[in-house]
Design a protein around this ligand. Sequence first.
Ligand SMILES: COCC(O)(O)CCCCCNCCCN
Ligand SMILES: [Zn+2]
Length: 664
Amino acid sequence: MGTALIYDEEMTRYKLLWVDPACKIEVPERLVVSYGALVENGLADRCVSIPVREATDADILLVHSEEYLEAVKKTPYMTLEELKEFTLQYGDVYFHPNIYHCAKLALGATLQLVDNVMTGKVRNGLALVRPPGHHSMRSAASGFCIFNNVAIAAQYVKQKYGVKRVLIVDWDIHHGQGVQYSFEDDPSVLYFSWHRYEHQKFWPNLRESDFDVVGKEKGAGSTINVPWNKVKMQNSDYLSIFFHVLLPVAYEFSPDLVLVCAGFDSAIGDPEGEMCATPDIFAHLTHLLMNLAGGKLCAVLEGGYNLKSLAQSVCQTVHSLLGDPAPRPANLEGPCNSALESLQCVRSAHRKYWSCLKHAADLPTSDISTKRIKLAEDEEEEKLDEVEKEKLIAAMVWPQPVKRVTPPTRTAVVLPDGVACPDRCKHFSLSEDPDPLVVQKLRENFIKDADDKDAVTLSSLIALVDKMEKNEICSGLALVRDVSMAMRCVAQHATTALSNRVLVVCVGDGIVPHRGTDDGKTLVVHFSSKESEEQECKYLIPVCLKKGCSDASGFIQAVLGLLLPLGYEYDPSLVLLVQTPGSGICDSVWQQLTGLLQGLAQGHILVLMQEDERTCIDPTCSSLLGDAAPSLGQLHAAPPEDVEAVENLRQRLKADWKLLQTTE
Ligand SMILES: COCC(O)(O)CCCCCNCCCN
Ligand SMILES: [Zn+2]
């Protein structure tokens, strides 16, 4: 299934008609450069183009009041003076004779996207719209917003499709208070927002944007606010919040649909956000959400005012929606102290609502928190006047995102004779006879007793890994007689011949290679049900789960809160995913794991399985080909000893792996 792109240039036909410093950044060029970049990068053509429609009164009244709608209906006929007058009653927003028409198109575009995803015409999509929506309230416009596109979309799908649970992820740098107010007592809509806050000093300056506002009555726990109390947040800060707050809760909640308030003012260069996360981070944020809700994801443009980083961020998002491998998450180091403080506060505020956070630490008591100590340079910066600051931010530079080309072959498979090659995969076998020297070396190193057939298989695997290295093949699956031998052989080849870093993820009670873990060339994470006899060290991490991988909740929480942070910080060039017999892992959990790991190593993942594991071939290939994994359903509480085990492991390892930190 494809990716929808919904855009109409009519939505560029309104703008600020008078002087207002607060609104001058919201310009039509925002849409023009975003759509233009999608066309220029050949992304628009790869999407399914869906026409916008005008929202009806009924659509608008799902969230807004009659009196507000009636008032807005009058604006097309107002003089300039009347428009200015009308605008004064609201904050940081402006009206224009054509903005009501455009607001109906923006909402209509959003609902068209939702309809096409819910009816299965497309898997996911992006609506490129303005005016944005997440600040507008039942009876008030606010923050450039007229109708609350995403809030209305959530009510719309509940009403029209009987959707039980909707997740709204708001990665715009402003708090979408309008969305929060619409669902604060509604447990069926989980609203997550991070936002520049600076202890309430940043717009919209609301007390209810802080981490301890969690929703009301039945909705308690279904509002997650992550305040950024400092600017210059980076990729590591954003990913830490995904790994240790949003994803664990989202998987427990198990939404039927994911809506994204896709504001890109959280990217570097933006005058509003003043953050330092680079546009390629949206490739990962999008990818990490794409295995929820069976892949049903609707992204709707909100903010984003640096035309360069906006265009790049929009392209990164659409690349991921199309299933293109994400760029490697380079140079992640770990969250800054302020982000860590917010992380700890949010996890503590929500531990009584979400079993995945039950073991979260208390609120930070440290009085050295960034709250009270105004660091010298901050005061220094504050002295800079607005104009100076804007010049500094506009002058910010960052690396051009790497080109994201999908290799000619998406998934290659090495199968025993007689096993059919799944659709859309390419059967991989040695084009010519294996090089006798290679076979000789293999025999010496790996195949003492085994027969020549192994030699052929192993040399096929080496050839396959070489082609992945050259980006001719993206991912691979191999069924082998002896997975441990194959694992050691591939790991050795990849680390020595190709001088790469290899992340080896072992699932099941099989044998684990010890090689390569001391020099950091290999990072082995081994999930099993048995206490390991292996000596744990920085690069050899045994994860013992009571019920092994058979308990979906315990396993997936270990993947989200431990394996992904490790993998992203390690940043391998190849992922080796090995399933040894007796893992007990079920297909849908295995597919979630395979899907999530493709955010690493530009999607270069090689799956090794025992040759008699025939039932696993199709689900594995489906995931390797980029299909969304099936939803796991609402997750019950993980076995306490498993949560404990992962928590203890995180505490022990966080000195070496900064992305594992969840407390100051
Ligand atoms: C949903 O709209 C997207 C948005 O969240 O980006 C709107 C931001 C309004 C920002 C209002 N203050 C501007 C002050 C200028 N220095
Ligand atoms: Zn914003």
